[in-house]
Design a binder for this molecule. Sequence first.
Ligand code: PGA
Ligand code: ZN
Length: 437
Amino acid sequence: MNEFEIDTVRGRRVWDSRGRPTVEVCVALRSGVTGRAIAPAGASRGAREALDLRDGGDALDGLDIGTATRRVNTDIASELKGRDVLDQRGIDAALIALDGTLARSRLGGNAMVATSLATLHAAAAASRVPLWRHLADSYGRTPSVPLPEIQIFGGGAHAGRRVDVQDFMIMVPGASNLDEVMEVTAEVYHAAGSLMRAGGRLAGVADEGGWWPMFDSNEEALETLVRAIETVGERPGERVAISLDIAASEFADGDGYRLALEDRQLDSEALIELLGRWIDAYPIVSVEDPVAETDHAGMVEFTRRYGERVQVVGDDYLVTKAELVHEAAAADACNATLVKVNQVGTVSESIDTIEAAEAHGYRCLVSARSGETEDVSVSHLAVGLDAGQLKVGSFSRSERMAKWNECLRVQDELGSAAFVGGRPLRDTWWGQQRAGR
Ligand code: PGA
Ligand code: ZN
């Protein structure tokens, strides 16, 4: 018996952190070893992302995944039966061929991503190593503990559009290990909550566990974040810095942008200038999707002006596609990419994207989605592929904390020396400031 041979592939309906149905896949090998993974779900999705197959209709707001799980249990199960679980590339290529569409609409991106990741988990289990080590061994990488990017306030599509900007986050590049990052983040997160509560600005928590703010302007969010950092005795921009996901596609309006909170209409140039003023005024080290996914000229212009100072991350703009990373690099747009496996569909394609990014000197941030579960695959991908940075939302709710906690377990095994610290931000003002000392 070949112990690495896939026997069964089974899909089932489970539920995500928003109480929405999602696809779980369990891959069982002839040896009895299994691997399991759950598809996450985005809310501010890029137009060129792999499509999640949803049933439509009246029940469950049309979000049920009966067809996607059926595809797993029929087409996918028969396609993968008998294959070598260690052949991730072959398996992913088979899934892509079986789907046969650009949008991944026949099998569903949700069915594909859960299957691809479940296969990877089964391969690691059969190899009797943790997933991160299996990834590092398989792809010739040195595992590392990533620098987290952690949300403090949620906004945009994750908080009823209460503020326009989607994620107000912190990074702790000056920490010497992950425990220190977690400790500082806990302090800042709770200090921010207390400040908001005291000011009558707190409405609860948003989709990714960050505080749901009731601010009068986007600047008020930035001011409050700076104050929270100071409250815990930190100098903003030293050990702790700010990062933003503007998710500008979400408030693109015709040719321009509509900041609903401030009742302002901006063209691309005015939005870039506004973000530039924020970069001047606040210790911001990273800006994601500063302009809409269709605003190529704007992305080139933003990168030209600020790419030497801050990390410019493409999320909706690059949707984890290697060919889009190549195109962006040719145009000098962005200097970093988010990596969301379910945006592109499979593990192998995500690895292609990381390799494309590295070839162009782009940084990588492995990322979860706003709809998540107890699945911690993203932590293992970030560690095992030595991605450098990890974004999984905020510092509350177990679907988020599970990912941070998994990284802590890895650090326990690898030691503090495996923590990347501020290395990914070396080429930002933060790193330049350190180098100048
Ligand atoms: P999501 O967005 O809601 O599509 O997961 C998260 C992000 O923009 O990074
Ligand atoms: Zn984003």
